[in-house]
Design a binder for this molecule. Structure first.
Ligand code: AMP
Ligand code: GLY
Length: 424
């Protein structure tokens, strides 16, 4: 198949590597991709990937059997719409269904209509209005700005003044929700969706905070592992419950409203003492969870991407996953998630973009790297690299991952040392 993967980062790198690992001769183009993706041996093409007209023109010119949209920004911008209208199979929802991620208020409404378990929420229009609502919900306070806010829209705090301040900051830009605090372990579970049916992948857990012990500010994700051996009732029962109570009702509700969801439904969940609750939906693969989920996938990824795009998921066998655990440790630049020091050289990466001297079962995904004129590597952003390792146990996978992290060097870089420690 001739496949276009849209997006610049580590998630797209993981998708490309999974496609390359298939027993099939795909022609893969990634746009805009990055230096690490190029080093994996696929074509990267410079493209304004969030611009529907630019993407449509590129696809019309080059011709693809399948377009896979990685990040949320192009989906919310409507990159999928004209492609789908032109009859091209696209993995990724139209703009209307991408509102599931693009608007927290939209997601809450869909969940209400579909009876999906989630935290109570109330809309507040101003800081003046916020005080009474915060007091009703009680501490810790959860305040969420509507719309894509690049991870900066959600504040969870014990500090009532800070919560009011967050409302004041975001209220002028759109709706703000105050939400019930949900206490428990977080789980990410992905589903392929074809507009009508869903097919589950396998659960993973993300580490959102920058420092060990879940301290410090939220980030885009500093690490992840899969599977989750501690799930109540085991994997299968958990997946079945989320399929029946969350994913299917949500996809059916969107279909009933005339906005079918074809792509990846990301269910962000908290396992509370009172049951499982949805904290968010995303309309695309999660990063960095995708890197460990796809590292365990043993069925061909393209089969599910295409079936989702074509509405034929009911006809394909369930995907299979290795029992071997997978772990990812993210390496970030100095300053992240605040002001980042960019442009520093990275040592320890081969010509193929992998870790020099890493043990078997380890691979590297690139989030923000570039080549220098003399063939070296530099860091170009906040989260720079992800070291993914599989092993026969969590302890083995962790040892391999951290051993490889130790072979990389980037001045001032940061990584968490406790990824998957709770399961090893
Ligand atoms: P979101 O963008 O909605 O996923 O929120 C970012 C992070 O804030 C989540 O991954 C959680 O760690 C935390 N969070 C969001 N909503 C809640 C909630 N209702 N209760 C507790 N933590 C939450
Ligand atoms: N891992 C969190 C996200 O992809 O949104």
């Amino acid at each position: 198949m001739k496949i276009l993967v849209l997006g610049p980062g580590a998630r797209e790198h993981a998708i490309v590597l999974a496609l390359l690992a298939e027993q099939a001769e795909h022609e893969i183009v990634c746009a805009p991709g990055n230096a690490g993706i190029a080093a994996s041996g696929v074509e990267v093409a410079d493209l304004a990937y969030t611009d529907p007209a630019a993407v449509s023109a590129f696809v019309a010119d080059r011709g693809f059997d399948l377009v896979v949209v990685g990040p949320e920004a192009p989906l919310v911008a409507g990159v999928a719409d004209p492609l789908r209208a032109a009859g091209i199979p696209v993995f990724g929802p139209d703009a209307a269904a991408a509102q599931l991620e693009g608007s927290k208020a939209f997601a809450k409404r869909i969940m209400d209509e579909a009876n999906v378990p989630t935290g109570r929420a109330a809309r507040v229009a101003s800081a003046e209005e916020a005080g009474a609502v915060l007091d009703e919900f009680g501490a810790p306070y959860v305040v969420k700005a509507d719309g894509l806010a690049a991870g900066k829209g959600v504040l969870v705090t014990e500090d009532r003044d800070a919560a009011i301040e967050h409302v004041a900051t975001w209220a002028p830009h759109g709706e703000v929700l105050v939400e019930e605090f949900l206490d428990g372990q977080e789980v990410s579970l992905f589903f392929f969706a074809d507009g009508e049916n869903v097919v589950p992948l396998t659960p993973a857990q993300d580490y959102k905070r920058i420092f060990d012990g879940d301290e410090g500010p939220n980030t885009g994700g500093m690490g992840a592992y899969s599977p989750l051996p501690w799930l109540p009732g085991g994997d299968a029962a958990f997946i079945q419950e989320i399929t029946e109570t969350v994913a299917l009702p949500t996809v059916r509700q969107l279909a009933a409203e005339g906005t079918p969801f074809k792509g990846l439904l990301y269910c962000g969940l908290i396992v509370t003492a009172k049951g499982i609750r949805v904290i968010e939906f995303n309309a695309r693969f999660g990063d960095p969870e995708t890197q460990v989920v796809l590292a365990r996938l043993t069925s061909p990824l393209s089969r599910y991407l295409l079936a989702s795009a074509q509405g034929t998921l009911a006809e394909v066998p369930a995907p299979e996953f290795s029992d071997e655990p997978a772990v990812i440790v993210v390496v970030a630049s100095e300053g992240y998630p605040g002001t980042v020091v960019s442009g520093r050289p990275i040592a320890g990466i081969t010509e193929a973009g992998q870790v020099e001297g890493a043990s078997e079962g380890v691979h590297l995904v690139h989030a923000a790297t570039a080549r220098t004129e003399d063939g070296g590597w530099i860091a170009t952003g906040g989260r720079v690299l992800g070291v993914v390792a599989r092993g026969e146990s969590f302890a083995a996978a962790r040892d391999r991952a951290y051993d490889a992290v130790g072979k990389l060097s980037l001045e001032g870089s940061q990584h968490r040392t406790d990824i998957a420690a709770r399961v090893a």
